[in-house]
Design a protein around this ligand. Structure first.
Ligand SMILES: [Cu+2]
Length: 127
């Protein structure tokens, strides 16, 4: 039994290495995603140059979100599969409430409805 577990461990290690050496393709999500759960009661996401900054992050439902649109044009902060769908005019800042009980923990696609397919992101929500 011990031997089987050891073999599995080696296989997982190899798979992980191959993933992080992806050669410019799909990067290891844990490397590019930012953990914002330690930001405090409010965390901030920026919209700049038709992109989300950061474009991949983890946040808690107990945190309030601030979205700063630094561009001149309209963007949306739309979390697919959730009720979160907010339009934010150019140079405006949106202050959101915590979403405990509104958004279930999970990983969601973040999009701007007006700049697809280029303006997307990924959000992992934890309680
Ligand atoms: Cu946009």
């Amino acid at each position: 039994m011990t031997r089987l577990i050891l073999v599995l461990g080696v296989l997982l290690t190899v798979a992980g290495t191959a993933c992080s050496n992806g050669g410019g393709g799909a990067a290891d999500p844990s490397a590019r995603c930012v953990d914002l759960t330690a930001e405090g009661d409010t965390f901030t996401v920026r919209m700049a140059d038709n992109g989300f900054v950061p474009s991949c992050f983890t946040a808690s439902t107990s945190q309030a979100i601030r979205v700063v649109n630094e561009d001149g044009g309209l963007h949306s902060f739309t979390l697919e599969g959730t009720p979160i769908d907010v339009d934010i005019a150019g140079h405006e800042t949106f202050e959101g409430e915590p979403v405990t009980g509104v958004v279930a923990p999970g990983t969601y696609q973040l999009i701007c409805k007006y700049h697809l397919p280029g303006m997307t992101g990924e959000v992992t929500v934890v309680d």
